[in-house]
Design a protein around this ligand. Structure first.
Ligand SMILES: [Zn+2]
Length: 309
């Protein structure tokens, strides 16, 4: 009795397997998985960008950095548009350029993933900014390669912001975040703001000793999705539950009503010193953030497509 019933169960299970196999065979071939974020590739971009030297706004090195980004995007097949403007700064007018790389999606509504590419002006020492902001620049280039190979329900715009850093003093008027403030002002002026459904900022994500804390100005649900994705991937140790407050390129978006999150590792001893060099950053840290963001993106998209803002 026992044996007979087991045999019947085995037959049933074989039949079920056959049905599963035949239905799989009848289904169209699934889309190939997009390539995973490769920290090694990001690090090679970082090395090239740091090799350009200090990349202060309006400098020939800033222009060279843009040419590097544009060449990489052309190789990936992602179109780039320059958004040039003149910023009023405490040291006078400075010509700045944001670069906007667009990965088309099914909807023209978009998610902005941004980071700054300028380095802070220091007159007393040579500042190459490997982490600040070589890491965000390199990260966005590698992210373009990953996203280009993906089926995106929403358009994703990768924005390389100019002029994040203060020229004299962050707290002197608006001496900071020139690029992101201009970007949001322009989007508002041309009636484009409502198309931006969320903004994700990366800043200083290359620290070898990566520890990103929740940023308290950031939108809670966006932060929650990213932190839970990190935990699910086994990267929870790099995404701490405690919070810090940071003013950065996401603030202009938040003020305009766009949900936004800042992924930043402020615990970086070489911050704004001559020591922010290649040896302080790692391919792995960028890869951790890239893989977490890639895992979080479908959940963010589902949330955005599931309900109006
Ligand atoms: Zn900085």
């Amino acid at each position: 009795m026992r044996t007979r019933s087991l045999t019947a169960a085995v037959r049933l299970s074989l039949l079920a397997s056959a049905l599963v196999v035949s239905s799989v065979c009848a289904a169209p071939a699934p889309a190939p998985d997009p390539p995973a974020f490769d920290g090694g590739r990001a690090f090679e971009h970082l090395r090239a960008i740091v090799g350009i030297g200090p990349r202060t706004p309006g400098s020939p090195a800033a222009a060279e950095t843009r040419r590097y980004i544009e060449a990489q995007m052309a190789a990936i097949g992602v179109p780039v548009a320059a958004q040039a403007f003149e910023a009023k700064t405490p040291i006078g007018p400075v010509k700045m350029v944001n670069l906007r790389a667009t990965v088309a999606g099914a909807s023209a509504d978009r998610i902005v993933i941004g980071g700054h590419y300028d380095t802070k002006l220091f007159k007393t020492f040579r500042f190459v900014g490997a982490n600040d902001a070589g890491s965000s620049t390199a990260f966005l280039i590698e992210m373009a390669r990953v996203l280009k190979a993906r089926r995106n329900p929403l358009t994703i715009e990768l924005v390389f912001f100019d002029g994040e850093e203060a020229f004299v003093d962050w707290y002197l008027g608006d001496d900071h975040t020139y690029g992101s403030r201009h970007y949001v002002q322009e989007a508002s002026r041309i009636g484009d703001l409502a198309r931006i459904k969320a903004m994700i900022l990366v800043d200083m994500i290359g620290d070898r000793d990566l520890l990103i804390k929740r940023e308290s100005n950031s939108t809670a649900w966006l932060t929650d999705i990213i932190w839970s994705s990190a935990k699910a991937l086994g990267f929870g140790a790099h995404f701490a539950p405690d919070a810090i407050s940071v003013e950065d390129d996401h603030i202009a978006f938040l003020q305009a009503g766009v949900p936004a999150v800042n992924l930043i590792d402020m615990d970086f001893p070489a911050w704004h010193t001559p020591d922010d060099t290649l040896d302080k950053v790692s391919a792995r840290s960028m890869e951790v953030v890239g893989r977490v963001l890639a895992a979080a993106l479908p959940k963010i998209e589902a949330r955005l497509l599931g309900r109006a803002r």
